[in-house]
Design a protein around this ligand. Structure first.
Ligand code: DGL
Length: 261
């Protein structure tokens, strides 16, 4: 029997991580769960986020046993992992901002952390910066608007490039502009081209491939099944969610079902 992995995010951001995972492990079964009823996570108070993620994920896992859970969301991972791990008996892999790799890559010693408003101000993020980038200058930009632009892009709606330029303008004009940008929100790899248009020449770093390697080391590469099953759950199947169906299908997620308790 195929091993099954649950991938979780508030919206379509986790698809950027799922894509890396299924690239190295194409034969597993996948459930992609997104909590669009509570989107955006970057604006939720921390205690509400912990309560919501722990409740929802443990109920889904109780109905659909899985071998591993991936929290494909920096906003949730930087807050929820300890509580979630005490509730689940399977491994839980999180996604946190790639501060260590960015600190190794930068040439001018200036790094930009692009994430949600919650992630840029989390104590966990602070700890990562202190541990791996104390000798660098780390500029932070927390933006929910960019998260919404990524959702629009995958819904087939136009992306507002002028607005992306405006959001990132301080990093073009800073005395020392960052040469390396951490995409510390899983929605942002979906906007790579747009971000590069606004910040030409920068290096973009995300955690997707590191997470895929971690998943591979935990579930192992052995799998007899030719093609795994993959489907998506959302927490509210409204017209906005339906607009995402084409994008979900392009990631091999054939059906989109509303999760009901
Ligand atoms: N994709 C998410 C992250 O990595 C959350 C975006 C949001 O819902 O605000 O942080």
């Amino acid at each position: 029997m195929s091993k099954r992995v649950l991938i979780f995010d508030s919206g379509v951001g986790g698809l950027s991580v799922y894509d890396e995972i299924r690239h190295v492990l194409p034969n597993l079964d996948y459930i992609y769960l997104f909590d669009n009823a509570k989107f955006p996570y970057g604006e939720l108070p921390a205690h509400e986020l912990v309560h919501r993620c722990c409740g929802l994920i443990s109920r889904v896992v109780a109905r659909h046993p899985v071998d591993l859970v991936v929290i494909a969301c920096n906003t949730a991972s930087t807050q929820v992992l300890p509580s979630l791990r005490t509730l689940l008996s399977v491994p839980v892999v999180g996604v946190v901002p790639a501060i260590k790799p960015a600190a190794k890559l930068t040439r001018n010693g200036c790094i930009g952390l692009l994430a949600t408003p919650a992630t840029v101000s989390r104590p966990y993020t602070e700890k990562l910066i202190l541990e791996f980038a104390t000798h660098h200058r780390v500029l932070r930009c927390g933006s929910t608007e960019l998260v919404i632009q990524a959702e629009r892009k995958l819904a087939g709606e136009p992306v507002d490039q002028a607005r992306i330029h405006e959001i990132l303008a301080p990093w073009r004009e800073a005395d020392t502009s960052p040469d390396t940008i951490i995409l510390g929100c899983t929605h942002f790899p979906l906007l790579k081209e747009e971000i590069l248009l606004a910040l030409p020449g920068v290096m973009l770093v995300d955690s997707g491939s590191a997470v895929a390697r971690r998943v591979q080391s935990l579930v192992g590469g052995v799998n007899d099944a030719e093609n795994g099953e993959a489907w998506a759950y959302c927490t509210r199947l409204d017209n906005k969610a339906r607009l995402l169906q084409t994008a979900l299908q392009s990631y091999g997620l054939e059906s989109l079902i509303e999760w009901s308790e």
